[in-house]
Structures are given as structure tokens and as C-alpha cells.
Design a protein around this ligand. Structure first.
Ligand code: S3P
Length: 186
């Protein structure tokens, strides 16, 4: 765990690879803390009027990334100064495109959820279908994809304000830890 600094902003961004459990942890925190949770991928689907798979099929990754940044900026504009804690689960590639990492670090606190590569492949093997970047990969290809893509993305993820290394993968413990982060100084 690393806790260099915490901002006093109400905005928290969960970042990390596909399958790292961002949405699961966010839902867990929401059960006992009065906060607003936002799923960036759901917002992208809502504004596009179609699924992430369809966006990739129609507009390619380039089109998706543009939509992703626009949704990120809109979330910040809409929620930055409200009187409530807002926990935003971002898509795995969001911090690694354009200047999104800088945008998030300026607007609030970024929290990098970092499980082991083995855990990621276990989870993603079961949930490939709704993820266009991996849906057609075999088990072996998926493992290679995780290894290579994680290596490329780590320089971005590691710019996070806070890093949560999920070594023991204890969901409840990680939820408690996240709760402490968002409730600090309040
Ligand atoms: C992506 C991750 C997905 C989604 C899209 C692209 C990525 O979100 O944004 O399929 O580039 O890693 P999750 O991290 O919620 O799966």
C-alpha cells in the first residue's frame, strides 16, 4: 500500500486492470457508507445507447476512447463540487489514454486496485464475453494479453495517489480499507 497524499476533493477514482474488482469493491463500500457510486462503462453505454461491444464493433477502440474521455470529463464537471463523496469505477484502459490520469489526479484521489496476474486471469476467463479486447482470446492468449498489457499499463496505474495491493484477495478487508480512505478527514 502507498498513501503519498490525499486530496480533500469529494471525488475518488478506482483504477486498475479489467477484472481487478473495482465495481465489486465499490458496491461493497456503498453498502455501509453514504456515497454515490458511478460506473464509467455504464455511463458510456447509456450515452451511446448501445453496449461497449457494439461501440468497439462500430467505432473501433479509437471511437470508444473518445467517448470514454468525454464521459470522464462530464462526470467531473457534474459531480466535482457536490456535497457528497463520489466513487467512480473507471474502465481498465481509461487511465492509459490521452491525459486521463492527469485529469483524474487533478480532480480527485485515484486508487489503484492491484490484484495478482493469476487472480486477474481466473476472473477474466469467466467474464470475457462483455469485454471486446479479450472476448475472442483462448486461455493461453488471455494470459499473454494480461502479462503484456499490464506491463504497458503499469506506468499509468502507478501514478495513482493510493495503491491497494490485493495480495490476500480478501474482499471484506479491501472494502474496509477503501472505506477508511474515503472517510479519512471527514
Ligand atoms: C477496457 C476495460 C473495460 C471497458 C472496455 C475496455 C480496457 O472496463 O472499459 O472493455 O481497455 O481494459 P473494465 O475494466 O470495467 O472491465
Amino acid at each position: 500500500m502507498r498513501t503519498d497524499s490525499t486530496s480533500t476533493s469529494n471525488l475518488y477514482f478506482l483504477i486498475g486492470f479489467m477484472g481487478s474488482g473495482k465495481s465489486l469493491l465499490s458496491r461493497g463500500v456503498q453498502q455501509s457508507v453514504d456515497l454515490l457510486t458511478i460506473e464509467m462503462d455504464e455511463e458510456i453505454e447509456r450515452t451511446a445507447g448501445c453496449s461497449i461491444n457494439e461501440i468497439f464493433a462500430r467505432e473501433g477502440e479509437k471511437g470508444f476512447r473518445k467517448r470514454e474521455q468525454s464521459v470522464l470529463n462530464n462526470i467531473i464537471d457534474q459531480y466535482q463540487f457536490i456535497d457528497k463523496i463520489v466513487l467512480v469505477s473507471t474502465g481498465g484502459g481509461a487511465p492509459c489514454h490521452f491525459n486521463n490520469m492527469e485529469i483524474m489526479n487533478t480532480a480527485g484521489t485515484t486508487i489503484f486496485i492491484n490484484p495478482s496476474a493469476e487472480r486477474l486471469s481466473e476472473r477474466l476467463e469467466q467474464k470475457k464475453e462483455e469485454r471486446p479486447l479479450i472476448k475472442d482470446l483462448s486461455t493461453q492468449e488471455l494470459q499473454a494479453y494480461i502479462k503484456n498489457t499490464l506491463a504497458k499499463r503499469l506506468p499509468y496505474y502507478s501514478q495513482a495517489t493510493i495503491m491497494v495491493n490485493m495480495i490476500n484477495d480478501d474482499k471484506n478487508q479491501n472494502i474496509e480499507f477503501l472505506k477508511d480512505i474515503v472517510m479519512a478527514e471527514r
